[in-house]
Design a protein around this ligand. Structure first.
Ligand SMILES: NC(=O)c1ccc[n+]([C@@H]2O[C@H](COP(=O)([O-])OP(=O)(O)OC[C@H]3O[C@@H](n4cnc5c(N)ncnc54)[C@H](O)[C@@H]3O)[C@@H](O)[C@H]2O)c1
Ligand SMILES: N[C@H](CO)Cc1c[nH]c[nH+]1
Ligand SMILES: [Zn+2]
Length: 431
């Protein structure tokens, strides 16, 4: 990790830069080519990219019912139990996000209300490049099911032998998802956006992924498809004071660094003593990790920064807007009140971010790259549209009609005014 001691505020913007920001243009260009290719050649292009980028030779792009049925037997009982528990916790937390809104009479006889309607066709992207993230399927599948989206399409990169990881298939079965496509990266997103022979087009695409997936989702929005948010390479920012346990902090930093070489982890501390203990512990724990090469590349672009006060650390963090924020301090509740930009916040020494990644109940599909400034993470709402309704009685029109007429005329929109005037006249004739 790069270490910085008491940087002045003019140096902060450079320290708040994301690691991979410089390569964005090349990635975008590559993604645009793939996108156009899939739109033109459909399944044929998907097969070609599966061979080129995933090393898989595919004849059938869809998972067959036999493959799905065979999955459960390949998943150890202990893992099945853990997945069911995580599913239950996620279900419990997300179910509380259902809201009943009242009908409101804004003026006598003018009634307005709002109803939640599920997005009809949703596409769930489940990363599988360097690790098959079946946990992400729970994070997306649970709110999709709670929202009752009628059509759910899952895509995930094929393994080299052309199969899909059995734990992903087991989780899909648990969620009742049957349409599963063996495609990853930008090509999968393009297929969901425009449809191919084997892939149904969807209205909204969900899910995290690497830079190619994230750029493709942004591109999909130009083709009339909605997305959840930019959820790219994982990030964590830890604010730690002298009460923090260096081993815990190091483990939290490494837990996100191991996701990918373009992950970014930051440590902010006001303790001169803690900082070297954490960096030494990071080195020690890194050496023991199976994914140490990946994590080491992420750490090379990661930073440990000594600042002066809790307020300064919070200010820095709000500007950086991390995907995950860990408050490893004596009084985390006090600091949490001042958080204005973060995807998800973890309070106290015994709340590892990994708990939110898997099983505590909150959603792990979160905005990265500073987008926590203006986006929320995935929730039940992400799968719902809110449609407004209204009904006006004769009495209501007598109340609201003149207001509308006055405003419409002032805007020079006479047809708008007439739509009211004609009705008001018909009421007075019928009285
Ligand atoms: N923000 C979140 O909520 C969140 C949640 C989970 C995971 N993540 C992130 O998701 C990412 C998963 O990445 P991953 O790579 O393991 O899996 P992935 O499924 O996102 O990407 C794999 C695909 O990338 C494509 N690809 C790889 N190299 C390419 C190239 N040179 N050109 C074109 N396409 C290429 C391939 O098609 C491959 O199938 C990680 O960065 C992780 O940090 C984020
Ligand atoms: N930390 C990731 C979100 O950035 C989610 C995840 C999945 N599995 C483990 N972690
Ligand atoms: Zn994680």
């Amino acid at each position: 990790m790069q270490v910085f001691q008491y940087p002045v505020s003019a140096e902060w913007p450079a320290l708040q830069q994301r690691a991979a920001a410089g390569e964005a243009r090349q990635v975008e260009e590559r993604v645009r080519q793939i996108f156009d290719d899939v739109r033109q050649r459909g399944d044929e292009a998907l097969r070609q990219y599966a061979a080129e980028l995933d090393g898989a030779t595919l004849t059938e792009l869809r998972v067959t019912p036999e493959e799905l049925a065979a999955a459960e037997a390949q998943v150890p009982a202990e893992l099945q139990t853990a997945i069911r528990q995580a599913h239950a916790n996620l279900w419990k937390f997300h179910a509380t996000q259902r809201t009943e809104e009242p009908r409101v009479e804004t003026m006598p006889g003018v009634t307005c209300w709002r109803k939640s309607v599920p997005v009809q066709r949703v596409g769930l992207y489940i990363p599988g490049g360097s690790a098959p993230l079946f946990s992400t399927l729970l994070m997306l599948g649970v709110p999709a099911r709670l929202a009752a989206c009628p059509e759910v399409v899952l895509t995930t990169p094929p393994q080299k032998d052309g199969s899909v990881n059995p734990v992903i298939l087991f989780t899909a079965q648990l969620l009742g998802i049957q349409t599963i496509v063996k495609a990853g990266g930008a090509q999968a997103v393009a297929a969901l956006a425009g449809g191919t022979e084997s892939v149904p087009a969807v209205d909204k695409i969900f899910g995290p992924g690497n830079r190619y997936v994230t750029a493709a989702k942004q591109l999909a929005t130009q083709h009339g498809v909605a997305i959840d948010m930019p959820a790219g390479p994982s990030e964590v920012l830890v604010i730690a004071d002298r009460t923090a346990n260096p081993a815990f902090v190091a483990a939290d930093l490494l837990s996100q660094a191991e996701h990918g070489p373009d992950s970014q982890v930051l440590l902010l501390t006001d303790s001169v003593e803690l900082l070297p203990l954490v960096t030494a512990e990071v080195e020690r724990q890194l050496a023991e990790l199976p994914r140490r090469d990946v994590a080491a590349r992420a750490l090379a672009e990661s930073r440990a920064i000594l600042l002066r006060t809790p307020e300064e650390m919070l200010f820095f963090s709000n500007q950086y807007a991390p995907e995950h924020l860990i408050l490893s301090v004596q009084d985390p509740e006090a600091l949490a009140g001042g958080v204005t930009s973060a995807g998800s916040v973890f309070l106290g020494h015994l709340t590892p971010e990994a708990a939110g990644d898997y099983a505590s109940g909150t959603n792990h599909t979160l905005p990265t790259g500073g987008y926590a400034r203006n986006y929320s993470g995935v929730s039940l709402d992400s799968f719902l549209k809110k449609i407004t309704f209204q009904r006006i009685t004769p009495e209501g029109l007598l109340h609201v009609g003149p207001v509308v007429e006055t405003m419409a005329e002032a805007e020079g929109l006479h047809a708008h005014a007439r739509a009211v005037t004609l009705r008001l006249e018909s009421i007075s004739v019928n009285r």
